[in-house]
Design a protein around this ligand. Structure first.
Ligand SMILES: Nc1ncnc2c1ncn2[C@@H]1O[C@H](COP(=O)(O)OP(=O)(O)O)[C@@H](O)[C@H]1O
Ligand SMILES: [Mg+2]
Length: 404
């Protein structure tokens, strides 16, 4: 299941990544366009508002210029704000800064010198204009409440934010389906490739077994020495091929192969002894010591067949890459059970330690192998919900630990 699960995970991750990219692109475009519209609209409203203020000021200026108007105004000084709609305010200042006449809501008295132009004072937008009345110069200030304007702008902004939230939601849903659709051909191609490798390795297995048996039979016939040598080379290569096909099959089919395995309580000492025994001839052939370090009463609850494949690969590597010294297979427990395979081989450089778990990766091409072993180990260990840790230094051997 583990290999299948990893691919599923990878597909899912790609799917979600594309959905996210799609969503972000759409949101970005909408945010920029809507943001621009928002700014333009806000500017337009502000300009309109300011235009109104200027027109009002000009209107009043015209009236003030009428002969005798100033005198009349002087008489009106201190009168209550007559005929002024709520939210509007007018102020006449002498150039000394003295407030001469005030109508409507009270505006702050500006600091001297009085500046012409627009300003915002509390809830009021104020336009100040200098008026030349021949003998005197006065300042006219026209103010208008902008609470409404701000409220409109706030509403516009919340509409804008709402739009973005809805766009993001919509884009996510849409993107989810679109990217699923886009990934479908890739997934189909992948599935058929996988099915092909499964079938192919399966088909290869049978003829290889037949070849192997035939060679076995031939070996014991009375044939010339030269032929015998050739037969032995053939046998070796058939065995090599059989192993590689086996690993390939394991890689593409481990999920299916182990689908019925169940967890069981394993006595590790017994299990390791049985396992290591099979490697004794190989170790002996290389003059390596093969040892077990394990307490008698250490148990672990896991899928036995899966664990066996994992350890077989690690022990096989340890013996294969070690020229001198020993290979130790052991287990300890400090709350968590750790099984390890330790060798006195060449060690693995730091920069290779991640890569050797990749499919087909081998540090050197000079050794026999497919480079699949450790990638299978990695997947199976994940399936066992355990962790694999490699401790190694160049020239100082390697220790592979499976931590439960
Ligand atoms: N115990 C070890 N000591 C040194 N190198 C190792 C050891 N185990 C694995 N390696 C390195 O990691 C590579 C990948 O291992 P593996 O996936 O089992 O492939 P293979 O055994 O087919 O070469 C090996 O080719 C080897 O270079
Ligand atoms: Mg290997």
């Amino acid at each position: 299941m583990s290999s299948v699960m990893n691919e599923k995970k990878a597909f899912r991750k790609t799917h979600l990544t594309w959905t996210l990219i799609f969503t972000l692109s759409i949101v970005f475009v909408v945010a920029v366009v809507a943001g621009a519209v928002f700014m333009v609209e806000k500017n337009r409203i502000t300009r309109q508002f300011d235009g109104d203020l200027v027109r009002t000021a000009e209107f009043i200026e015209k009236r003030l210029s009428a002969p005798g108007m100033m005198g009349m105004l002087r008489m009106m000084k201190g009168m209550p704000p007559l005929f002024v709609p709520r939210g509007e305010a007018f102020q006449l200042l002498l150039s000394s800064g003295e407030v001469f006449l005030e109508v409507g809501e009270q505006l702050d008295t500006p600091e001297m010198p009085v500046k012409e132009g627009f300003s915002t004072e509390g809830n009021y937008r104020v336009f100040t204009k200098k008026i030349d009345l021949g003998d005197t110069t006065i300042f006219l200030r026209v103010g208008k409440d902008i609470s409404d304007l701000m409220e409109r702008s706030r509403r516009l902004l919340s509409m804008y934010l709402l739009l973005i939230v809805f766009t993001a939601g919509g884009a996510w849903i849409f993107g989810y389906f679109i990217s699923k659709l886009a990934l479908l051909p890739v997934k189909n191609a992948y599935d058929s490739l996988k099915r092909f490798s499964m079938d192919a390795s399966h088909e290869l297995k049978t003829p290889l077994s037949v070849l192997k048996t035939s060679l076995d039979v031939l070996k014991y016939q009375d044939v010339p020495e030269e032929v015998k040598n050739k037969l032995s080379i053939m046998e070796k290569n058939v065995e090599k091929m059989r192993k590689q096909v086996e690993q390939l099959l394991l890689l593409v089919k481990s999920g299916e192969m182990f689908k019925d395995t169940v967890k069981e309580r394993i006595n590790l000492k017994v299990f390791l002894e049985e396992l290591v025994e099979a490697f004794a001839p190989k170790a002996e052939a290389k003059n390596l010591k093969l040892k077990i370090e394990c307490p008698d009463d250490l148990f672990v609850e896991t899928e036995k067949d899966v664990l066996r494949v994992v350890l077989e690969n690690l022990i096989d590597n340890a013996i294969k890459f070690t020229e001198k010294g020993e290979v130790i297979v052991g287990a300890v427990s400090d709350g968590r059970v750790t099984i390890y395979v330790k060798d006195t081989g060449p060690g693995i450089p730091k920069k290779e330690q991640k890569k050797i778990f990749e499919r087909f990766y081998r540090i050197s091409r000079n050794t026999e192998g497919s480079g699949l072993g450790l990638s299978i180990v990695k997947e199976l260990v994940a399936r066992l919900k355990a962790k694999i840790v490699l401790e190694s230094e160049e020239g100082k051997g390697s220790t592979f630990k499976i931590i439960f």
